[in-house]
Design a protein around this ligand. Structure first.
Ligand SMILES: C[S@@+](CC[C@H](N)C(=O)[O-])C[C@H]1O[C@@H](n2cnc3c(N)ncnc32)[C@H](O)[C@@H]1O
Length: 312
């Protein structure tokens, strides 16, 4: 039966060379660390589905693995599985290798330099294909996911994570304006709702059920995951959180009362106290992701089973 094929062109395809910088690798490592809670929730949901189907997880593909934060989390969560971490950026793969080594997972983590739009066929077959904030970089997301589907064993799952809401930063200090962080959060939601239609595809994850369907998958889990953690109090995290608050301040000019906006602007000015230190103590950061877990549509599973058993 032909699948409905909506227009999926409104995404942000990038060549992975754009990621070849220490600055981006550092930022992705930090963001991955702050998102550890949502990554763990997503992994737990995959594990539950495999357990329910009594299926063993022997090989995992991490597509667009970046600096390998999720790669290593996957290796830890599935201790008898091998993880193949794929990225188009050598710099990212070097980071992923170093991280796997630091976490004692090198023996089970293999890295491969490959383009998401290229031929993935030589990677072998997998029980789980994981793609964290990666598929939107493919020039043709449906085609890339079809290639992924062809690598899955009959019980195999694909798990996509994409950004949901903007990162929410809250300081313990209310800047002399009680309730300011609740108002900032509400203003961020209002801004995001208004801006969403104009934002790049990477921020419009609601497209993925349609894309997965067009690529021959049935979505079995579609959820927004969120996790709040106390931010580590180190210089790199402070810089990252300052950048997030500066961006929020720019976006919220029309959404926040003037006095709140002034307090926020003063707080993120380079010379203001947060950079000096104390104000960051107890800061929290909330990260959210859209999670989609899908399995092959029945007609594709049947074909794969027959092919794997060698009867055709
Ligand atoms: C936003 S990062 C996500 C990294 C990691 N999965 C995570 O969740 O933090 C996207 C990754 O996809 C890689 N990438 C972008 N375009 C690619 C392409 N066409 N082929 C292969 N990898 C690509 C980048 O090098 C980068 O590491």
């Amino acid at each position: 039966m032909p699948h409905h094929r909506p227009d999926h062109s409104a995404h942000t395809a990038h060549h992975a060379g754009a990621f070849d910088s220490d600055r981006i690798a550092d930022a992705l490592t930090l963001e991955g660390t702050l998102a550890a809670g949502v990554t763990d929730q997503a992994i737990a949901q995959c594990a539950e589905l495999f357990d329910a189907g009594d299926a063993e997880v022997c090989r995992i593909l991490d597509l667009g693995c970046g600096p390998g934060v999720a790669t290593v989390a996957l290796a830890a969560a599935f201790p008898s599985a091998a993880v193949v971490a794929v990225d188009g950026s050598r710099a990212m793969l070097a980071r992923a290798e170093a991280r796997a080594s630091r976490h004692g997972a090198s023996a089970r983590v293999e890295t491969r330099e490959l383009d998401l739009d290229g031929d993935l066929g030589a990677l072998g077959t997998f029980d789980l294909a994981w793609a964290g904030m990666a598929i939107h970089h493919a020039a043709d997301e449906v085609a890339a996911l079809r290639s992924v589907r062809a690598l899955l064993r009959p019980h195999g799952l694909v798990c996509l994570l994409e950004r949901a809401d903007p990162i929410v930063v809250r300081l313990a200090d209310d800047l002399g304006r009680p309730g300011i962080w609740d108002r900032v959060r509400a203003a961020q939601s209002d801004w995001f709702e208004r801006a969403r239609p104009t934002l790049p595809g990477a921020l419009n994850a609601d497209r993925y059920p349609g894309i997965l369907n067009a690529a021959g998958f049935d979505v079995v889990v579609s959820q927004t995951l969120a996790d709040t953690m106390t931010a580590p109090d180190d210089a790199a995290t402070r810089t990252f959180l300052t950048n997030q608050l500066q961006r929020a301040t720019r976006n919220l000019a029309d959404f926040l009362a003037a006095a709140d906006l002034t307090a926020l602007q003063a707080c993120v000015e380079p010379a203001s106290p947060p950079h000096a230190g104390d104000r960051w103590a107890g800061a929290t950061v909330t990260t959210s992701r859209k999670l989609f877990i899908a399995r092959q549509q029945d007609d594709h599973r049947t074909t794969m089973t027959v092919r794997q058993h060698g009867t055709v």
